[in-house]
Write a protein that binds this ligand. Structure first.
Ligand code: XMP
Length: 477
């Protein structure tokens, strides 16, 4: 008879507690590697699903120390705009602020401001010479949209400005002294060379764990497939400033994946590339050899996945992470454990199995920052969560990109459902990271790399799993 190996997932094991020198979980540092070149301050990333990651989630999560991968089920133009929104949400200096000409109408200014999600515009001539500032509050009471920007703006002579060398502290002082919220930066000819906003300064203080690029902009990931417009999309996202691309298909250990990685490298240069999803050591070795910057692991463990039911294929997630991480370590390639994370203990187990980060879908789908409306049913609130391989997403793909298939040929490997509304993502992330730090303390781990090395698992029975949760309580409704 053939030897059939045993494979395990998170609930099948527990981590054996160890003597610990940590006196408080605050001594645990959650800094980790997302890719060969990108670090994160917390090991959490949000899934490139259309009910999880758009710019609002990406801004919130990057500020908290993680990163989001914006989904691709939208036109390339919308996808670019989503990336730009994140890159513009926070800066130290906005190097190329949006401007409008003084002769434009208030109607035009309103449209521009709404489309780009900003609170105001610098007014400039065609040579970028500063003429004034138009903020939203300047036109709140303007009824006539044909009025010009010049009639409504605060003119140049009333503006306080800085120069290219203005420091964080100087900018803050000028803003406090002059009670202003925007400090345009100009050169000796009064040409605009940047902008510092009070919000940016507040954000720097309020979000000490924010993951930012070398210009102080929040980092964000994009996603592409391996068919249709994927190369054009990859190029457009890189041009828009995306920090990392995930090439994401259901079966990442495929010739199409290797071909796509090669082509993306050819047209996008040395952008960081994550490849997935995979679940075996062989796939890890082949993709590491192909030169990827991180691996994404998980075939079928997700909340809304039915891949294993439809195809009979997959690997229980703990075994998948262990198998991939063992190989990835030899190549120095970080691993993302994607799917099946339901509680903070699962994150600790995933990292203990060798992952560097975890990707969350269903867990984040119910937060305020995920795309979609809150639905009220009785006394409960819900949001939609759907699989990227669900029929609903196939319909959306067909409408917006060349990747769409004839709907009669779709064999869904995902479902659409609802999850409980959970409120702001910051509260949930606070709980998850707190749990991870406690797990680090139980294993005498001060760093994520300690956690990867220190964990010893013990396989448990279903009685042990039952004992692990709250049990034998009276459910008072
Ligand atoms: P969680 O458990 O966090 O998992 O919700 C998120 C991950 O699930 C994957 N995903 C899918 N897998 N069919 C699948 O088999 C689908 O329709 C589907 N949609 C998402 C994906 O890897 C995601 O990050």
């Amino acid at each position: 008879m053939r030897n059939i190996p045993l494979a395990l997932t998170y609930d099948d094991v527990l981590i054996i507690p160890k003597r610990s020198s940590l006196t408080s979980r605050s001594e645990a540092n959650t800094k980790t590697r997302l890719t060969k070149k990108i670090n994160l301050n917390i090991p959490i990333v949000s899934a490139n699903m259309d009910t999880v990651s758009e710019s609002e989630m990406a801004i919130a999560l990057a500020r908290l120390g993680g990163i989001s991968f914006i989904h691709r089920f939208m036109s390339i133009e919308d996808n670019v705009e989503e990336i730009k929104r994140v890159k513009r949400a926070q800066n130290f200096i906005v190097a190329d602020p949006y401007t409008i000409e003084a002769s434009a109408t208030i109607g035009e200014a309103k449209k521009f401001i709404a489309a780009h999600g900003v609170s105001g515009l610098l007014v400039a001539d065609s040579n970028k010479k500063l003429k004034g500032i138009l903020s939203k509050r300047d036109f709140v009471f303007v009824k006539d949209d044909s009025q010009t920007v010049e009639q409504t703006m605060t003119p140049r002579e009333k503006l306080v400005v800085g120069d290219r060398n203005t420091s964080f502290v100087q900018a803050k002082e000028k803003m406090i002294q002059n009670k202003i919220e925007k400090l345009p930066l100009v050169d000796e000819n009064d040409n605009i060379v940047g902008l510092i906003t009070a919000d940016d300064i507040k954000n720097l203080i309020e979000y000490p764990l924010a993951n930012v690029d070398s210009d102080g902009r929040l980092i964000v990931g994009g996603s592409v497939g391996v068919h249709g417009d994927y190369l054009e999309r990859a190029q457009a996202l890189v041009k828009a400033g995306v920090d990392v691309l995930v090439v994401d298909i259901a079966h990442g250990h495929s010739e199409m994946m290797f071909n796509a990685i090669k082509k993306i490298r050819e047209v996008c240069g040395d952008v960081q590339i994550i490849a997935g999803n995979i679940a075996t050591a062989e796939a890890a070795r082949d993709l590491c050899e192909a030169g990827v910057d991180a691996l994404k692991v998980g075939v079928g463990p997700g909340t809304i996945c039915i891949t294993r039911l439809v195809t009979g294929c997959g690997v229980p997630q703990l075994t998948a992470v262990l198998s991939v991480a063992e190989v990835a370590k030899q190549y120095g390639v970080p691993v993302i454990a994607d799917g099946g994370i339901q509680k903070s203990g699962d994150i600790v187990k995933a990292i203990g199995a060798g992952a560097d980060t975890v990707m969350l879908g269903g867990l984040l789908a119910g937060t305020k920052e995920s795309p979609g409306q809150i639905m009220n049913r009785g006394d409960k609130k819900y949001k939609v969560c759907r699989g990227s391989a669900s029929f609903a997403v196939a319909q959306r793909r067909q409408a917006v990109s060349q990747e769409g298939k004839n709907l009669n040929e779709v064999v869904p490997e995902g479902v659409e459902s609802v999850v409980l509304y959970k409120g702001p993502v910051a509260e949930l992330i606070g709980q998850l990271v707190g749990g991870v730090k406690s797990g680090m303390s139980y294993t005498n781990s001060r760093t994520i790399s300690d956690l990867q090395n220190n964990v010893d698992f013990m396989q448990i029975t279903s009685a042990g799993a039952r004992e692990s949760g709250a049990h034998d309580l009276i459910d008072v409704k």
